[in-house]
Ligand binder design. Structure first.
Ligand SMILES: C[S@@+](CC[C@H](N)C(=O)[O-])C[C@H]1O[C@@H](n2cnc3c(N)ncnc32)[C@H](O)[C@@H]1O
Ligand code: SF4
Ligand code: SF4
Length: 356
């Protein structure tokens, strides 16, 4: 994943003109120093849009189940207005997630819209709805990167984990379709698989890697199973996973298909000892999340910890992000040590590396 961030940053730098390049470098510096001066000097790098809480799966692990309320989710025009505001706010990219984002009938329109604003566009999906036609339509929008969740290479186990009988064949077909569409259209898009370490032995992990390679994606990122809100106490209950992690650390040294940095994998040892994150978390400065009810918060797992969120309530996202109330949430995130979620901790490690 750290590799992916580096690629993203290089792509952002490479494809644009010198003015843009300079602006991005300045943004990066401001992001780096915001936590030092404990004041937001610029908008986040990436905005995550939870486009819906609806899903066509019932994964045992899922932290987002139960967040669906009996109220309407943001409409196409609301998301487009939000994308306009995010562009004005000078975020670098948008990550579309859910629930299952491909359940939204307007999702391709939203990708097109975000790409037309020259934003980096990423999608996280379970892959079930990636038929051949949808895959081509998605890639034709020009989005930059897609991650697909794959938690087992065994169909019975996958059915157990996802609560959907034929989930393994659905995901594999989806991945095959998107890989075929990339080849047919000759587009540059990063295709990756995300898998959760827990629920499997080392041999089962290797089987997922083998399957992902066979399907033709570019890499595999590992995340750790988080149970909220008692994350670290629960992690300690799975101390035996640390042994598997040690094997993966060795495996990653010889196989760069594993996208996680070795720094992240080594850091993850602390997770299974139930130790809090050993550094301050910059997620609140570098990221923001907006959910389908217009709630704004610093990181994807924020609500699961029982933390406060702020409502857009007809306000522009810039008014929320630079408000004293949001500054308080960002500072709260800075002293939060509660998770080892791969994307946030890879980002923290990357920023620490740049700082050194
Ligand atoms: C909530 S899903 C939304 C996108 C899409 N439905 C999917 O499954 O990829 C985003 C990511 O969260 C991960 N996830 C969900 N619950 C988790 C948990 N308890 N611990 C770690 N990762 C989790 C999923 O594996 C997926 O990679
Ligand atoms: S597919 Fe994604 S959002 Fe749906 S239940 Fe599984 S992890 Fe959660
Ligand atoms: S450690 Fe960072 S990413 Fe994790 S819950 Fe806390 S603020 Fe969010």
């Amino acid at each position: 994943m750290q590799g992916k961030y580096t690629k993203i940053i290089f792509k952002l730098f490479k494809d644009k003109n010198y003015t843009y390049l300079l602006k991005q470098a300045l943004k990066f510096l401001k992001l780096k120093f915001s936590p030092v001066v404990k004041k937001r000097l610029t908008s986040p790098l990436i905005a995550t849009l939870i486009t819906t809480y609806h899903c066509n799966s019932q994964c045992l692990k899922c932290i987002k189940q139960g967040l669906k309320k009996d109220e309407p989710e943001l409409k196409t025009k609301d998301f487009k207005a939000l994308i306009d505001d995010l562009k004005n706010l000078k975020v670098s990219g948008i990550s579309f997630t859910g629930g299952e984002p491909l359940l939204r009938t307007d999702i391709i329109e939203l990708f097109e819209y975000a790409v037309s604003k020259k934003l980096f566009v990423h999608l996280s999906t379970n892959g079930y709805l990636l038929d051949a036609e949808t895959s081509e339509r998605i890639l034709k929008t020009g989005l930059d990167s897609i991650n697909i969740s794959l938690d087992s290479a065994d169909s019975a186990k996958m059915a157990q984990v996802t609560g959907v009988n034929d989930s393994l064949s659905l995901v594999c077909q989806g991945i095959a379709n998107i890989v075929a569409a990339r080849k047919k259209l000759q587009v540059k898009v990063e295709l990756g698989v995300v898998t959760i370490l827990n629920f499997k032995s080392f041999e089962e992990f290797e089987a997922v890697v083998t399957l992902a390679k066979k399907l033709g994606v570019d890499g595999l990122a590992l995340n750790l199973y988080h149970v909220f809100p008692q994350t670290l106490e629960k992690a300690k209950e799975n101390i035996s996973q640390g042994v598997i992690l040690d094997k993966i650390i060795k495996y990653q040294k010889r196989d760069k298909f594993i996208e996680n940095s070795s720094a992240y994998l080594k850091l993850s040892r602390k997770f299974f000892k139930g130790e809090p994150l050993p550094f301050c978390c910059k997620a609140g400065y570098n990221f923001m999340v907006i959910d389908p009810y217009g709630q704004v918060f610093p990181c994807f797992v924020w609500q699961e910890l029982g933390n406060n969120t702020l409502s857009l309530k007809g306000r522009k996202i810039s008014e929320v992000i630079f408000s004293p109330e949001y500054e308080a949430l960002t500072k709260q995130a800075l002293s939060c040590r509660s998770c080892y979620w791969h994307s946030y901790q890879e980002n923290n490690l990357l920023f620490r590396a740049f700082l050194r």
